[in-house]
Write a protein of this length. Sequence first.
Length: 179
Amino acid sequence: MQDPPPSLASSTAAPHVAFDADAARRASLIFRQLLNGVPNGFALAIRRFSQSFGRHTPEDAIIDLAIALEATLLHGQNTELSYRIQLLGAALLRRTAKQAANALKDLYSVRSKIVHGAKTLHELKGTMTDAFVNEMRLLVAELLREYLSLLAIHKSMNGVCRALEGQVLASVSTSRHLA
């Protein structure tokens, strides 16, 4: 049997996800949450994230990753979707807010151009197509890990979203006091 073309082989390669001492503590919370079951919205997010690895086109992988974001960060929301993904995702991820918001904005923008503009990922990212898909997989993996950790604490997707919104509001309030 012949190997798949390099572009397909590299786009389906599983990204390396680090597991450090801090992650070990969170893993016990996550494991308990999994034993108790997860809400349907989070199960959808995990399923679409997993399906992104088996897609034959990078566009389908990006759509799956965006659905994973929508199923978690937009739980119960239907307005200002891109903005909410950026704010809540940045609050959740362990990197600078600007870096996280920019990466999430890029993912959601690319997803919209694919879905609504009938663009290919190669048209949007050129030779960086595979690297972009893998970078977005790592981003969504990190987001889902952190989300599940919060889900173990707050017990519901609504609770997680309220906690993230509270974190965003507190950050804005702090920024105003510092100015």
